[in-house]
Design a protein. Structure first.
Length: 222
Protein backbone atom coordinates (compact mmCIF):
# COMPACT_ATOMS: atom_id res chain seq x y z
CA UNK A 1 0.00 0.00 0.00
CA UNK A 2 1.59 3.25 -1.18
CA UNK A 3 -0.98 5.55 0.44
CA UNK A 4 -0.30 6.92 3.90
CA UNK A 5 -3.79 8.45 3.97
CA UNK A 6 -6.86 7.50 1.98
CA UNK A 7 -10.37 8.87 2.43
CA UNK A 8 -13.06 6.92 0.59
CA UNK A 9 -16.57 8.29 0.10
CA UNK A 10 -16.34 10.47 3.18
CA UNK A 11 -19.42 12.46 4.13
CA UNK A 12 -20.18 14.67 7.13
CA UNK A 13 -23.39 16.49 8.05
CA UNK A 14 -23.97 18.75 11.04
CA UNK A 15 -27.22 19.70 12.70
CA UNK A 16 -26.77 23.43 13.28
CA UNK A 17 -29.97 23.94 15.24
CA UNK A 18 -31.74 25.44 12.25
CA UNK A 19 -34.56 24.01 10.13
CA UNK A 20 -32.29 21.64 8.23
CA UNK A 21 -28.87 19.98 8.69
CA UNK A 22 -25.80 21.25 6.87
CA UNK A 23 -23.81 18.86 4.70
CA UNK A 24 -20.13 19.84 4.77
CA UNK A 25 -18.60 16.87 2.94
CA UNK A 26 -20.27 14.37 0.66
CA UNK A 27 -18.70 11.44 -1.18
CA UNK A 28 -15.18 12.81 -0.82
CA UNK A 29 -12.21 10.73 -2.02
CA UNK A 30 -8.66 11.82 -1.22
CA UNK A 31 -5.27 10.19 -0.91
CA UNK A 32 -1.75 11.17 0.14
CA UNK A 33 1.05 8.85 -0.97
CA UNK A 34 4.29 8.18 0.88
CA UNK A 35 6.67 11.12 0.77
CA UNK A 36 4.10 13.35 -0.94
CA UNK A 37 3.29 16.92 0.12
CA UNK A 38 -0.28 17.85 -0.80
CA UNK A 39 -1.77 21.33 -0.60
CA UNK A 40 -5.41 21.67 0.43
CA UNK A 41 -6.90 24.93 -0.83
CA UNK A 42 -10.44 25.88 0.12
CA UNK A 43 -12.54 28.98 0.73
CA UNK A 44 -14.03 29.55 4.15
CA UNK A 45 -16.92 27.19 4.84
CA UNK A 46 -15.94 24.63 2.20
CA UNK A 47 -15.12 21.93 4.77
CA UNK A 48 -11.34 22.24 5.06
CA UNK A 49 -11.23 22.04 8.85
CA UNK A 50 -13.77 19.21 8.90
CA UNK A 51 -11.68 17.26 6.39
CA UNK A 52 -8.53 17.75 8.46
CA UNK A 53 -10.31 16.73 11.67
CA UNK A 54 -11.56 13.54 10.01
CA UNK A 55 -8.16 12.79 8.47
CA UNK A 56 -6.55 13.43 11.86
CA UNK A 57 -8.96 11.05 13.66
CA UNK A 58 -10.32 13.91 15.73
CA UNK A 59 -13.78 13.43 14.22
CA UNK A 60 -15.57 10.55 12.51
CA UNK A 61 -17.34 10.66 9.13
CA UNK A 62 -21.04 9.88 8.81
CA UNK A 63 -20.30 7.88 5.66
CA UNK A 64 -17.18 6.45 4.06
CA UNK A 65 -13.97 5.37 5.68
CA UNK A 66 -10.54 6.66 6.71
CA UNK A 67 -7.52 4.52 5.91
CA UNK A 68 -4.19 5.27 7.60
CA UNK A 69 -1.20 3.26 6.39
CA UNK A 70 -3.60 0.67 4.97
CA UNK A 71 -5.57 0.28 8.19
CA UNK A 72 -9.25 1.18 8.39
CA UNK A 73 -9.54 3.62 11.28
CA UNK A 74 -13.24 4.39 10.93
CA UNK A 75 -14.77 1.94 13.39
CA UNK A 76 -11.97 1.77 15.92
CA UNK A 77 -12.67 2.57 19.59
CA UNK A 78 -11.51 5.91 20.98
CA UNK A 79 -8.47 4.45 22.71
CA UNK A 80 -7.12 2.92 19.49
CA UNK A 81 -7.76 6.14 17.58
CA UNK A 82 -5.94 8.14 20.26
CA UNK A 83 -2.95 5.82 20.06
CA UNK A 84 -2.87 6.12 16.27
CA UNK A 85 -3.00 9.92 16.52
CA UNK A 86 -0.12 9.98 18.99
CA UNK A 87 2.14 7.64 17.02
CA UNK A 88 1.27 8.18 13.36
CA UNK A 89 0.08 11.76 13.02
CA UNK A 90 1.64 15.15 13.60
CA UNK A 91 -0.42 18.33 13.83
CA UNK A 92 0.48 21.96 13.16
CA UNK A 93 -2.00 24.82 13.44
CA UNK A 94 -2.05 28.50 12.51
CA UNK A 95 -1.16 29.40 16.10
CA UNK A 96 1.73 27.50 17.65
CA UNK A 97 -0.10 26.34 20.84
CA UNK A 98 3.21 25.79 22.65
CA UNK A 99 3.01 25.34 26.42
CA UNK A 100 4.13 28.74 27.72
CA UNK A 101 5.71 27.50 30.96
CA UNK A 102 8.08 25.13 29.18
CA UNK A 103 11.15 25.76 27.03
CA UNK A 104 11.37 25.01 23.32
CA UNK A 105 13.17 21.74 24.00
CA UNK A 106 10.72 20.73 26.74
CA UNK A 107 7.77 21.33 24.41
CA UNK A 108 9.31 18.77 22.04
CA UNK A 109 10.29 16.33 24.78
CA UNK A 110 6.88 16.15 26.47
CA UNK A 111 4.93 14.35 23.70
CA UNK A 112 7.72 11.80 23.50
CA UNK A 113 7.56 11.11 27.22
CA UNK A 114 3.79 10.67 26.88
CA UNK A 115 4.52 7.98 24.29
CA UNK A 116 6.88 6.13 26.64
CA UNK A 117 10.17 7.31 25.14
CA UNK A 118 13.08 7.41 27.60
CA UNK A 119 13.99 10.93 28.72
CA UNK A 120 17.53 10.90 27.32
CA UNK A 121 16.29 9.73 23.92
CA UNK A 122 13.54 12.35 23.92
CA UNK A 123 16.04 15.08 24.74
CA UNK A 124 18.37 13.92 21.96
CA UNK A 125 15.47 13.92 19.48
CA UNK A 126 14.48 17.44 20.55
CA UNK A 127 18.05 18.68 20.12
CA UNK A 128 18.27 17.12 16.65
CA UNK A 129 14.98 18.65 15.49
CA UNK A 130 15.85 22.10 16.83
CA UNK A 131 19.18 21.88 15.02
CA UNK A 132 17.40 21.04 11.76
CA UNK A 133 15.30 24.21 11.97
CA UNK A 134 18.19 26.42 13.10
CA UNK A 135 17.02 26.90 16.67
CA UNK A 136 19.62 25.12 18.79
CA UNK A 137 20.40 28.46 20.43
CA UNK A 138 16.73 28.78 21.50
CA UNK A 139 16.44 25.35 23.14
CA UNK A 140 16.12 26.75 26.66
CA UNK A 141 13.95 29.74 25.74
CA UNK A 142 10.25 29.82 26.54
CA UNK A 143 7.75 30.72 23.80
CA UNK A 144 7.33 34.31 25.02
CA UNK A 145 11.07 34.83 24.51
CA UNK A 146 10.89 33.84 20.83
CA UNK A 147 9.57 35.51 17.68
CA UNK A 148 6.43 34.27 15.93
CA UNK A 149 8.47 32.54 13.26
CA UNK A 150 10.64 30.84 15.87
CA UNK A 151 7.59 29.70 17.84
CA UNK A 152 6.10 28.14 14.73
CA UNK A 153 9.35 26.35 13.89
CA UNK A 154 9.30 24.83 17.39
CA UNK A 155 5.69 23.79 16.73
CA UNK A 156 6.89 21.98 13.60
CA UNK A 157 9.49 20.15 15.68
CA UNK A 158 6.91 19.17 18.28
CA UNK A 159 4.65 17.80 15.52
CA UNK A 160 7.49 15.59 14.32
CA UNK A 161 8.70 14.56 17.78
CA UNK A 162 7.16 11.08 17.68
CA UNK A 163 8.27 10.41 14.07
CA UNK A 164 4.77 10.34 12.54
CA UNK A 165 4.12 9.09 9.02
CA UNK A 166 1.76 11.96 8.17
CA UNK A 167 1.79 15.67 9.02
CA UNK A 168 -1.52 17.55 8.98
CA UNK A 169 -1.13 21.32 8.94
CA UNK A 170 -3.91 23.93 9.02
CA UNK A 171 -2.65 27.30 7.73
CA UNK A 172 0.76 26.76 9.39
CA UNK A 173 2.09 30.16 8.25
CA UNK A 174 -1.20 32.05 8.26
CA UNK A 175 -0.40 33.94 11.47
CA UNK A 176 2.89 35.36 10.12
CA UNK A 177 3.80 38.32 7.95
CA UNK A 178 4.53 37.46 4.27
CA UNK A 179 8.32 37.56 4.55
CA UNK A 180 8.41 35.45 7.71
CA UNK A 181 5.79 33.14 6.22
CA UNK A 182 8.02 32.37 3.23
CA UNK A 183 11.05 31.68 5.43
CA UNK A 184 9.10 29.46 7.82
CA UNK A 185 7.50 27.57 4.94
CA UNK A 186 10.97 26.91 3.51
CA UNK A 187 11.95 25.40 6.87
CA UNK A 188 8.80 23.27 6.97
CA UNK A 189 9.35 21.90 3.47
CA UNK A 190 13.01 21.12 4.18
CA UNK A 191 12.03 19.35 7.40
CA UNK A 192 9.35 17.29 5.65
CA UNK A 193 11.66 16.35 2.77
CA UNK A 194 14.60 15.49 5.04
CA UNK A 195 12.49 13.16 7.17
CA UNK A 196 10.63 11.50 4.27
CA UNK A 197 7.33 12.57 5.78
CA UNK A 198 4.00 12.80 3.96
CA UNK A 199 1.99 15.97 4.52
CA UNK A 200 -1.45 17.44 3.89
CA UNK A 201 -1.17 21.21 4.29
CA UNK A 202 -4.18 23.53 4.18
CA UNK A 203 -3.41 27.04 3.00
CA UNK A 204 -5.04 30.10 1.45
CA UNK A 205 -1.67 31.08 -0.04
CA UNK A 206 -1.74 29.94 -3.68
CA UNK A 207 1.96 30.71 -4.14
CA UNK A 208 2.87 28.34 -1.31
CA UNK A 209 0.41 25.73 -2.58
CA UNK A 210 2.08 25.78 -6.00
CA UNK A 211 5.38 24.74 -4.38
CA UNK A 212 3.91 21.46 -3.12
CA UNK A 213 3.66 18.21 -5.07
CA UNK A 214 -0.07 18.40 -5.71
CA UNK A 215 -2.96 20.76 -5.05
CA UNK A 216 -6.44 19.65 -3.99
CA UNK A 217 -9.20 22.27 -4.12
CA UNK A 218 -12.41 22.11 -2.13
CA UNK A 219 -15.30 24.20 -3.43
CA UNK A 220 -17.99 23.10 -0.97
CA UNK A 221 -19.87 19.90 -0.25
CA UNK A 222 -18.88 17.39 -2.92
Amino acid sequence: MNDVLRLEGVGKTYAKGGPSPVTVLSGLDLNVTRGEVVALVAPSGAGKSTLLHIAGLLDTPDTGRVMLNGRDMTGLPDRARTEARRRELGFVYQFHHLLPEFSAAENIVLPQLADGIAAHKAQARAADLLSRVGLSHRANHRPAQMSGGEQQRVAFCRALANTPSLLLADEPTGNLDPETSDRVFDVLMALVRDTGLSALIATHNHALAARMDRVIRLTGAV
